[in-house]
Structure formats: C-alpha cells, structure tokens
Design a protein. Structure first.
Lengths: 486, 144
C-alpha cells in the first residue's frame, strides 16, 4: 500500500475542487480508519497543527461532536454502526489555535462492556446478550448521536434513552439528564431544535406515542406533551417552524418494539410519507399532509410562509438505507453492496394548507443538512449539506451550499483522500445577514491518517477553507455536533 | 402467615434477640435486609411462593415499611419451607404506587429477590426464585 504523493499534497493544501479531478484511490481500504476504535481512555488535550490559512479573529468557541467509536472487542465487532459507544470530541478555537480532546460517554453500557471486554447490550442492530440486565432503556444507552449545550452542561444524545450529562470542559460524564422526576428515563431524541431565543424543542420517540419537550433557555423544562402519531414509524429527525412542530411519519414501520430494531423495520411505501403538523402552544394536531413515499434521516429546518404553507429541506431516499446489514457491513470493513450506494437527494418539501405535499428536488445528492441557527424556524435561503462520493468507500468528500431562491449550488470538494463529516453554520458576530456566517467541520484525512478541522467563509464556500488544522491523531467518523461560541 | 417489618435501628436498640428466635420447627422465618435506600417514603414488598403467582403478581403475603434509614429489615414468620420469589419497590414520594414515566417505565427504585434483573421486563422466576428452609433464613435485597 503506497501513499499517493500528489493526492496527499493536494489534500493537505485543500485546493479547489477543479484541481482535484481524476481521483486516485491509493489506499482502497483506508476508509476503515473511520470505523476503528480510538483509545478506550479517550484523548488528552492536544494542540492541532495549522496547515493553512488563518483563524478569523472573531471566530472563537468549541466545536463538539459525537459519534459511535467502539466498534470491536478483539475479534467481536459491533453488529451495527449505530450501536458503538458514543465518544464526544471537543475542538476548542482560541487565540488562533485549535485544541482537541475526546472522551467516551460513561454510560452503564459503556462501563459494563468495558469491564466484560465484549459487547453485551442490545441496540439498533444488535441482539442483547441473554444475561445482560436491562432495567430500563438507559442500560442500553449508547449516547452516541449528537450533543446539546443546555443549562451549562453538555448533553450527549441518543434516540432511545436519556440525554447524558457531561462536563463541557473535561468531558467527564455525570449521569442521565432527568428533566423532571416523572420523565426519568424518557427518550430524548438526538435532533433537538433551538429557537433563536434559546428555547429548545425535542421529541421523545416511543413507537406510536411521541412526546414533545419544551426546554427553557436556562435548561429547565417548561412543559411536556404526548401525542399518538398512529403508527410506530422510524424516527431520527423532525422539523419546527416558529409556531408549529412537524413530525414526518415515514413509511418505515417498526413491527416489533424489541432490539435489534433494524430486523423489525418494514418498508411500506404504499403508505407514503405523512407530515403531521402540531401547534406549539398546545400540542394539538393542526393538519396532516400526504407526501410521496420517501425515507429520510435528516431535515434542515422549516419555516411558514405568508400563506401558511410550510417549507422544509430534507435529504430524501427512495427507500431506507443503513437498516439491517448496511450498518453492520461498515463495521466489518465491507462496502459496495447495492444498498450502500443509494444516495439521498436534497429536496425542499412544501406542505400546503390544502392538498398533498410538493417536492422540489435540488438535483444535488447530499446529507447532513444544516441551516443558519439565527433563522431556526424562520425563512432562510441557504442550506449546507455534505455531498460528493468517492468510489468504493462510504462517506462524503465535499460540502455544498444550496440557495433555494436561485437554485444555485456552491461546493467545495476535498477529494477522495478525505472523509467529510457534518459541517455546522456558525454566525459571524454582529452581522445578522444570512451570508455572514462560517461553516466549520471535521474531515478524516485518509492519507495522513489524521483528523482535520476546517473553517470556511460560507459566502465563499467554493474558495475552500480559510483555515485548516490537523490533529496529531485520528478518531472515527461521527454523526452530529454543536458549536458553542466563546 | 404474618410478617413483622422491623427497622435495623429497632433491632439493634430495643428488641431482644429472643423475640425473633425459636420458630416452630416445621416452619421458616425469612429475614430480608434491604439496602441502598434513600431515607424517605415507604418500601413495598410482595412475597410469592410459585412461578404462576410470581408472574401474575399474586403474592402470598407482603409488607409495607416506612423508610427512615439507608437500610430496612423485614421479617416474614411462619412460612412453609419451599421456593419463594420477591418483588419490591421503593415508593420514594409515598404516594402509594410505583410511579412510571409516560411510556410506563418505573421512575422509582424497584427490584427482585436474588437482586435479579430482567431484560425488557421484570426478572423471571428462574432468576428470582430462592429456597427457604425450616428455621431461620436471611436474604439480601438492594435497590437498583
């Protein structure tokens, strides 16, 4: 296995996509680095090396990210990507420098499996060890999907159990978040939505029954409501406008509420996707909108127009991916089944006051949608997505910004030597215009076998990063993150 | 068949040991030492003498005891020797029931004999059953 020197140089310099043509896959198995265990004790703080550019003076804060990171115990591999223990990475930007640290979330599952030296708990694609005790869902909590800053604490999020409290500086785990005594152990989805005033909304998915959380800006709970969505649809993300909560009931139905869930999900396209629109003030159902049959993991954000129609961006698949099989293959180092190759299209879904939902396709295949947090629930033009694939391996190679007003797409491709994670939109201080923002995210440089973070000026995305830092180590591909401004 | 809930503190300070001794030779006494409690509310226990009773939650006897320390001792007298199982919960707020969250999962501590833990539900009889013999028996329970 040899390093492709030309590719290495190009990647390191982060040159524009036009100079990255004719990708060379010098190391066809290098992508497995994204699914390789990091040290069990985590990563002590380390200064990242600046590779190019300059950190903007006004850019300060911490990028937190979460993702599954325990993929194997000896020869025993996890049975699904979604079931590895969560490891939270923190990259702190301060005074022109970037410092990385990382810690596993110390859940009962993590501690029990570390002590046993093998996987025990059930999960999305994993059977429980028959002797593994399950007093509650939190005994299987992987805390591996996202993070939320709330009430001065960093919360590691999963979708089947409690948020897990962590010290935002040391990343030490503090235990489950109990929003209210009677809500102990309730699921707290990994896609909370934060309004511009700091109020956080989230879902508690529980099959047909779904709870709504409303969390005050100070981290205390304001209220909680329960609705019946009619069918146990798979739920990973949802949407919110200034006045409405939108559950997209996709036709991927859980037939039995027992792990491994992936084995009990059925694709029933004849149902179509049904958008349920609830009022924020009393959780009452406002209307339902029939939409074409699509599967999805992620939305961008939503807004209501002057006529009352709702618009939201979604990465829609023609059929589910990463169900049984797909997520397990990645852990086992296998790729390129037909299911692995399915790509979602970034769409703008309109839910009119009357009639069926309308899909506007962007023409861009992309995932991990992000939008301006200053405009959460409000109209905005842009959505930021990951896009671009390298043949023969999972993961994205680039980042793109879609302008729904013009249909224009601006993009930057890191080339096949990098695997790209979700990029976040970070507002520039003191300027509320939508273009006044940065994009920040992590890539896994497969040639250097090291993690990199990049900051872009969102208005000049195609120009490439304004600054790039490289860590003296790599860590696995993660799912979602948050940026906490200094 | 009766039970005598007794606090540890009472046992140590006021009850002569003789008061608990000398059971009838063909019956059993079962002393339960429950630990790991918060000093508030009440603890409720159900004692079962068969798998069918255990699974149907039809107890042969039970106990409710105010919790004023980290440990509670409960004594059941005049038991027939045999296989038994226990289900218990700590009614921390004293409202007379095991509180659950909106999805039906307990939000107050609970447990089973042998400190057995279930998987997607209560611990099964096969894990919770224990043998009570004629004479004195003790069994330790810890809240989870």
């Amino acid at each position: 296995m040899t390093l492709d020197r030309r590719l290495f140089l190009l990647s390191a310099a982060a040159l524009p996509a036009c100079q990255m043509m004719e990708p060379r896959i010098a190391m066809p198995d290098a992508w497995r680095l994204g699914y390789t265990n990091p040290p069990a004790d985590g990563f002590e703080p380390a200064v990242m090396r600046k590779m190019s550019g300059r950190l903007p003076d006004a850019f300060g804060g911490t990028l937190y990210r979460n993702g599954p990171a325990q993929f194997a115990y000896g020869g025993q591999t996890a049975q699904h990507w979604f079931d590895g223990d969560g490891m939270v990475q923190a990259i702190r930007f301060e005074g022109g420098a970037a410092v990385h640290r990382g810690r596993f979330v110390a859940t009962p599952k993590r501690k029990g499996e570390q002590a046993a030296g093998r996987f025990l708990a059930p999960g999305f694609g994993t059977e429980a060890d028959p002797e593994y005790p399950l007093g509650s869902a939190d005994d299987a909590n992987a805390a591996n999907t996202s993070v939320l800053m709330s009430g001065g604490e960093l919360l590691a999020l999963w979708e089947g159990g409690s948020a897990w409290r962590m010290d935002p500086d040391t990343l030490e785990s503090r235990g489950p978040k109990i929003w209210r005594d009677d809500l102990a152990g309730m699921p707290f989805l990994a896609h909370p939505k934060r309004e511009p005033d700091g109020t956080v909304w989230n879902l508690a998915p529980g099959g047909r029954r779904v709870g709504f959380y409303r969390i005050n800006p100070d981290g205390t709970i304001r209220d909680f409501g329960l609705v019946d969505i009619g069918v146990a649809a798979y739920m990973h993300d949802w949407a919110m406008t200034a006045s409405e909560l939108i559950i997209l009931v996709q036709p991927w139905i859980l037939k039995r509420s027992r792990p491994p869930f992936a084995a009990h999900l059925a694709w029933e396209p004849e149902r179509g996707l049904v958008a349920q629109v609830y009022n924020k003030n009393d959780f009452s159902l406002k209307r339902t909108v029939q939409c074409p049959p699509r599967a999805f993991y992620h939305t961008g954000s939503a807004w209501t127009d002057a006529d009352g129609a709702i618009h939201l961006d979604v990465a829609f698949y023609d059929r589910p991916v990463l169900g049984q099989g797909g997520g397990a293959n990645l852990i086992a180092g296998k790729y390129a089944t037909s299911v692995d190759e399915i790509e979602p299209e970034v769409c703008l879904l309109t839910l009119p006051i009357k009639g069926d939902g309308v899909l506007r396709e962007s023409g861009l295949q992309g995932e991990f949608l992000q939008a301006d947090p200053r405009r959460s629930g409000l109209f905005r033009r842009h959505v930021l997505v990951l896009t671009g694939r390298a043949p023969g391996r999972p993961g994205h190679t680039g980042v793109a910004r879609i302008d729904w007003n013009t249909g224009d797409v601006a993009r930057f491709d890191f080339g096949p030597g990098q695997m790209v994670e979700e990029f976040l939109v970070v507002p520039k201080p003191g300027d509320m215009t939508e273009a006044a923002a940065w994009a920040v995210g992590r890539t896994l440089n497969l040639e250097a076998r090291a993690s990199e973070v990049h900051v872009f000026d969102l208005a000049r995305l195609a120009d490439g990063p304004v600054v790039t830092y490289r860590a003296p180590r790599s860590w696995p591909l993660g799912f979602h993150g948050t940026f906490v401004a200094a | 068949m009766s039970f005598r809930p007794v606090l540890v503190a009472m046992l140590i300070s006021s009850l002569p040991l003789g008061a608990l001794a000398e059971p009838a030779s063909d019956t059993a006494t079962l002393t339960l030492n429950v630990s790991g409690l918060q000093p508030m509310g009440t603890i409720s226990l159900g004692l079962f003498d068969s798998q069918s009773g255990y699974e149907a939650s039809k107890s042969v006897t039970g106990a409710q005891q105010t919790v004023t320390g980290e440990t509670v001792v409960v004594v059941f007298d005049d038991l027939a020797p045999g296989e038994y199982g226990i289900k218990f919960y700590h009614d921390v707020n004293g409202n007379g029931k095991l509180d659950t969250n909106p999805f039906g999962m307990p939000v107050e501590p609970f447990g089973f004999s042998n400190n057995a833990r279930g998987q997607f539900g209560p611990a099964g009889w096969d894990k919770a059953a224990f043998t009570v013999t004629a004479g004195e028996n003790t069994h330790a329970l810890a809240v989870n």
